[in-house]
Design a protein around this ligand. Structure first.
Ligand code: BG6
Length: 481
């Protein structure tokens, strides 16, 4: 078992992620007594700030982003005492010695959270190493973007590997920090009834949807260079797919779980041009409000996709012939992250002669905004059946919000920061996984460029371009909406 670090160092400590997510998460951990009282938290970024000024910035961020029921003035005051700050220009090596001097004794272990512009990865790693901040008792959490294709991700991974061995590198996919995503493993491997059917004999197809109603959210340059495929499918959707499709791991530990996930990712078949849809939102209305087109949000013409739908196949024994329909997009009809497992029909309908129609069972796993698992089963409508048997689909409902109403809902970064500090890599992404993900994504982008595939337009507030509907309907499948 790894030991907890007594020092945490946050790069990008004045940035948006720190204000919205990291500081509120660390505060929540402090409030609940989950981090050591003597944990020292250092922030670093370019701005020249004193400790006091940084604490003031943090106080304002907590004021803005903490939910009201989390705010406790005394606890905020004690939390702020954990924080110290050192300005650093990470592009040059000089400042790292001052950073190390400010932190002083790190013999109790150091955890680093690095979220930075891609061009700063290498100099930052070199700086850390030169200042003695990459030793055996130091681990590093890496926030995306970690490259924008396989080649550039390898450059970053090589740079990090030159200073940290893989066991000390914690690559973040914040979806893995979500309670409901972890619950996928409990659903599959803590219950006996699903596993016997969880294969090509029992399952007709799988759908994974992450739809968002938001647009660019001020990230114009990043998003336009990245697009929906690399922003969402390369990481979050493929991680969900891997958790749904993997073989049962031997243990719930970092090596066993990641060994199984990477096997799935390596079994993904390259996608053909007919099995992919790119989209870009035009003007429309989202939740009753008029919104403008992507290119108007951006202020220029663009061929970036804000929507993508794919028909994926996993070429292994378990999943032969089972399509995985994947889609994600901005400015869609609803915010929803959901996995739908469509089971096969029963072998023979004994009610057919009496007019009883059957629908195949369906398992709906809603990750957000609501959290539930709903198994759709057939039931007989009450009655004397004189005009025939009437059967109806009814939900067997497990609302996680209700079943665990006393448990605090935590944001993903709370769990991930705690696991980083504690040194548990189970919910972080290993290098071989990331590279398998990029390989599959790069092949899709090659098809786009070879076939000059430009995004099709979809009205903001819709479920994407009509070609996305056609992608499933030609297989006789409807998206779950
Ligand atoms: C991020 C993407 O990784 O995930 C964003 O960069 C996206 O574009 C976000 O909005 C979605 O995360 P969540 O937790 O809100 O579903």
């Amino acid at each position: 078992m790894a030991t907890s670090s007594s020092t945490l160092l946050l790069f990008g400590a004045t940035g948006d992620l720190a204000k919205r997510m990291l500081l509120p998460s660390l505060y929540a951990l402090h409030e609940d007594g989950l981090i050591a009282e003597d944990l020292r938290i250092f922030g670093t970024a370019r701005s020249e700030l004193s400790d006091e000024e940084y604490r003031e910035m943090a106080r304002e961020a907590l004021e803005e982003y903490l939910p009201e029921d989390r705010k406790d003035e005394d606890k905020i005051a004690t939390f702020l005492q954990h924080l110290q700050y050192q300005a650093l220009d990470a592009s040059t090596i000089e400042g790292f010695d001052d950073l190390a001097a400010k932190m002083g004794d790190i013999s109790g272990g150091l955890s680093i959270f690095l979220s930075t512009a891609p061009f700063l990865f290498e100099p930052t790693i070199r700086g850390l190493q030169s200042a003695g901040l990459a030793g055996e008792n130091v681990r590093i959490g890496l926030e995306k973007p970690l490259g924008n294709d396989l080649a550039s991700s390898r450059v970053i991974n090589d740079a990090v590997a030159s200073a940290f061995d893989e066991g000390r590198i914690f690559r973040i996919d914040h979806y893995l920090g979500k309670e409901t995503v972890q619950n996928l493993m409990a659903l599959r491997f803590a219950n006996a009834m699903f596993e016997p059917l969880w294969n090509a004999n029992g399952i007709d197809h799988v759908q994974i949807t992450i739809s968002e109603t938001v647009g660019l959210e001020g990230r114009h340059a990043f998003y336009d260079d990245t697009g929906a495929l690399r922003d969402m499918v390369q990481n979050h959707i493929l991680q969900l797919l891997a958790l749904i499709a993997m073989e049962p791991p031997a243990d719930f530990d970092a090596t066993s779980v990641r060994d199984e996930k990477v096997k799935v990712l390596r079994s993904l078949r390259p996608v053909s041009a007919e099995e992919m849809v790119r989209g870009q939102y035009s003007s429309g209305a989202v939740k009753g409000e008029a919104v403008q087109a992507y290119t108007d949000d951006l202020g220029e013409q663009s061929e970036a996709e804000t929507f993508v739908a794919l028909k994926a196949h996993i070429d292994n024994w378990r999943w032969q012939g089972v399509p995985f329909y994947l889609r994600t997009g901005k400015r869609m009809a609803e915010r929803r992250s959901e996995i739908v497992i469509q089971f096969k029909p029963v072998p023979h309908n004994i009610f057919a002669e009496r007019g009883g129609k059957l629908l195949s069972n369906r398992l709906v796993i809603r990750l957000q905004p609501e959290e539930y698992v709903r198994l759709m089963v057939m039931a007989k409508e009450p009655g004397m059946d004189r005009d025939g048997v009437s059967l109806r689909e009814v939900p067997l409902d497990l609302s996680l919000t209700q079943a665990f109403s006393k448990a605090r809902r935590r944001i993903a970064y709370e769990r991930l920061l705690l696991d980083l500090i504690d040194g548990d890599p189970t919910l972080f992404v290993r290098r071989d996984e990331v590279e398998a993900q990029w390989k599959w994504i790069d092949a899709i982008r090659r098809v786009w460029s070879e076939t000059a595939m430009v995004p099709k337009s979809y009205g903001a507030g819709s479920w994407g371009p009509s070609a996305s509907v056609a992608l499933t309907e030609r297989d006789g499948v409807s998206w779950h909406e």
